[in-house]
Design a protein around this ligand. Structure first.
Ligand code: UD1
Length: 382
């Protein structure tokens, strides 16, 4: 029997936790699959990439493209040029892409034009906001995929509405949650809170911060262009952070793109000098999830964190006008607040007053999504 040759693509930080359980599952099924891992190098820093491979026990990539940063066109084009050479050489039967980053669309486009089957994990999510680069990546990738693996039921509806045949759509759950559940013991054993209190981790040297206690701090992440690319929106965010930090400390692992923007707008010092805002370098997976799990609430504009906080039952205030992950609102703990100060302050005060957190775990977010995906691919024979 011929083994199915498959290339799994990972490029940016949020891809790595989605790929880890799939690599494990394909390894278990190596009688049927010859799986190779390709890293495009979209994210390349130790803190944005290497640390995740180590912590999540992801095997060293078989192929590394090393494309690095650039404008969207440059980055996408560089990945395409390099990936085409790989596909021509390796001749895979299938290419598997995850999520919505530039590596996702670049590699699926190359594979599709070379008549290689495309598998999209995390298909069907829609914010209906075409100003988000990720939305363009999602719509385009789904339109050329042969297998569309969906994390939540809204994805099935969205794909059907776009004319995707129901036969191609498989509701399997969430591989990012596979990783979260698989690593829970390691996460619980993290010493990061202790380290932060010793202030060794703080970027600021003169941090005049009160000690951070379990459930008595909030977590912040920010990197969306709509929030961080303009000085005026950054100033709005500054006011919001100032208000919250007067109530409880905020831990903020800063994304490289946000740091660059703060520097560009001359705002870095202003943020750094804010009392009770603990700015740290991007954290590893285990430490980051420990801090989310034990936070009073999370303030974010990320996609994945809306899902992780739902499973951890931690209130999540999302600083966006929309979400492509509606189940985190209808079933989980997520509330959209945008940059609406009044709404945000009201929700923060509600959370601080009420100790009870509502929210259930969405269907199939049970740690078995990768297993379901590999089962579907095995059954299809190719
Ligand atoms: C990308 C994804 C986004 C995802 C995010 C998570 C796209 C379109 N966007 O956005 O969906 O939520 O990753 O992090 O693919 N940089 C570094 N070191 C790195 C990586 C990037 O310094 O290891 C800098 C780059 O120089 C660049 C900036 O960060 O200026 C942005 O990187 P890029 O990969 O283009 O996109 P993200 O904004 O990180």
């Amino acid at each position: 029997m011929k083994r199915t040759k498959i290339i799994l693509v990972a490029g940016a930080r949020p891809n790595f936790m989605k790929i880890a359980p799939l690599m494990r599952e394909f390894k278990k099924q190596k009688k049927y699959f010859n799986a190779k891992l390709l890293h495009t190098g979209q994210h390349y820093d130790v803190k944005m990439s290497d640390v995740f491979f180590k912590e999540l026990n992801i095997p060293k990539p078989d192929i590394y493209l090393g494309v690095g940063s650039g404008s969207h066109a440059e980055q996408t084009a560089k990945i395409m040029v390099e990936f085409e050479k790989v596909v021509l050489k390796e001749k895979p039967d299938m290419v598997l892409v995850v999520g919505d980053v530039n590596s996702t669309i670049a590699c699926s486009m190359v594979a599709s034009k070379l008549h290689v089957k495309v598998i999209h994990v995390e298909a069907g999510l829609r914010s209906f906001d075409r100003k988000m680069p990720e939305e363009i990546n999602r719509v385009l990738t789904d339109s050329i995929s042969d297998y569309l693996f969906v994390t939540e039921e809204s994805g099935i509806e969205n794909l059907k509405n776009e004319g995707v045949s129901r036969k191609k759509i498989h509701f399997v759950g969430n591989t990012m949650i596979d990783t979260l559940l698989y690593n829970m013991d390691k996460i619980d054993a993290s010493r990061i809170l202790h380290k932060l209190n010793s202030q060794k981790f703080s970027i600021r040297q003169n941090a005049s911060t009160t000690p951070i206690h379990w459930r008595a701090y909030s977590m912040l992440t920010l990197h969306r262009p709509s929030n961080v690319d303009h000085k005026a929106t950054m100033m709005e965010i500054f006011e919001i952070i100032k208000y919250i930090s007067a109530k409880l400390p905020i831990i903020y692992p800063i994304h490289p793109r946000t740091r660059k923007m703060m520097e560009k707008h001359g705002l870095l010092k202003k943020f750094e000098n804010l009392k009770n805002l603990i700015m740290v370098e991007p954290l590893g997976y285990v430490d980051f999830l420990f801090l989310v799990k034990n936070a009073r609430f999370v303030l974010t504009d990320s996609g994945g964190i809306q899902e992780e906080s739902t499973v951890l039952k931690v209130p999540c205030l999302t600083m966006r006008e929309n979400t492509e992950r509606p189940v985190t609102m209808t079933v989980g703990t997520n509330i959209l607040v945008g940059r609406n100060k009044m709404k945000l302050f009201r929700e923060v005060n509600n959370i601080l007053k009420n100790r009870l957190v509502k929210g259930r775990i969405p269907k199939y977010w049970d740690g078995c999504a990768a297993q379901r995906i590999v089962k579907v691919l095995k059954a299809s024979g190719k």
